[in-house]
Design a protein around this ligand. Structure first.
Ligand code: MRU
Length: 330
């Protein structure tokens, strides 16, 4: 059964609250831009493409209410999560329409359709890469929840399965917020795709034993040279995959590619509250006086990427700048 992370109807943005999954299915109804900003900041909606679409609708809600300017609404939404480039593409797309006197809601709808279509195409372009793989490892959640529909990393897995591949998925649990154990496992379970959740620190063990044929992840921002930011822990998986000769694929729509950033050094990395590390499921496990650090993302150098899976096909890192110039003219 397919999943939809969010939808817009009768002046309301409906969101599946991802903090509650898989225990409860809770749908939030948002009618103000401030509520959308809050949902993004607190990760009721998460995953770079979904964040971008939610922000696009946040802009449309602000325009409809008439109490904000395009610049003020863009500032409010843009201050929520700094790493996901899609956030800024979603905001800027609707801001431009609003400023030009076009219909902001139509612009948000068109943006959503573009993201969904690109993720579907990622599925078809990436599926052949997995045709011979039996065991695929993924990190965080890069499924429909993170992209409105289809997914990025999960889209080729879905399409390969639909074409008859018998894939098994290793699901990194993804501490501290457990997007793998809670969300990826939930999505795969609904589609009856065989999988096992592993502790984040178990991935190297299976990679070294030859029990992983390919790694595929999503991204939050990809620089022009192919360095990319994704959920914390991705860098380690890429290095260990490289060390063991396992192909490492990064799947993303064009809204994740930041053509103006030459490399990964200047990608902003979000640091979230230490309580996400100190507590699990609301319960504090660490000693009362211990402090924690909580970077939400890390940056993986392009040299560890075997290929990018884009809506327009598979691109090897040396060819990325050219492919980007064709797909996203700056
Ligand atoms: O902090 P999150 O859960 O929003 O982080 C999400 C990720 O890192 C995903 O891997 C990324 O957004 C790609 S989603 C298609």
């Amino acid at each position: 059964m397919s999943v939809r992370a969010l939808w817009f109807r009768d002046g309301t943005l409906f969101l599946l609250d991802q903090r509650e999954l898989p225990a409860k299915t809770v749908v939030r109804r948002l009618t103000r831009v401030g509520e959308v900003a809050n949902a993004i900041r607190t990760m009721a909606v998460r995953g770079a493409p979904s964040i971008g679409v939610a922000a696009a609708y946040g802009m449309a809600l602000a325009a409809r209410r008439g109490r904000s300017t395009p610049a003020a609404a863009a500032r409010l939404l843009g201050a929520t999560r700094p790493t996901a480039y899609d956030l800024f593409v979603g905001i800027d797309t609707v801001k431009a329409a609003w400023e030009a006197g076009a219909d902001p809601l139509a612009a948000a709808d068109a943006y959503r359709e573009r993201v969904v279509d690109e993720c579907h195409r990622i599925g078809t372009s990436g599926a052949p890469l997995l045709a011979k793989a039996r065991r695929v490892l993924t990190h965080c959640n890069a499924g429909a929840l993170a992209t409105v529909e289809w997914g990025t990393a999960l889209a080729p897995i879905r399409v390969a399965r639909d074409r008859g591949a018998h894939l098994f998925v290793w699901v990194d649990e993804t501490r501290p917020l457990l997007q793998g154990a809670r969300l990826t496992a939930w999505e795969l379970g609904r589609e009856r795709i065989p999988h096992a959740i592993i502790a984040d620190n178990a991935a190297g063990h299976y990679l070294a034993r030859g029990e992983v044929d390919a790694v595929i992840v999503g991204a939050d921002r990809i620089a022009r040279n192919g360095d990319f930011a994704n959920k914390i822990g991705t860098y380690e998986k890429a290095v260990v995959a490289h060390e063991n000769g396992v192909p490492f694929y990064v799947a993303a729509p064009w809204s994740t590619f930041d053509a103006r950033r030459p490399d990964g050094r200047s990608i902003p990395v979000e640091e979230r509250s230490e309580s996400e590390v100190l507590r699990i499921g609301g319960r504090r496990l660490a000693p009362e006086r211990s402090r924690a650090r909580n970077p939400a993302f890390d940056v993986t150098p392009a040299r560890y990427v075997t290929a990018f899976v884009t809506p327009n096909g598979v691109v090897r890192p040396p060819a990325l700048a050219k492919a980007l110039a064709r797909a996203v003219p700056s």
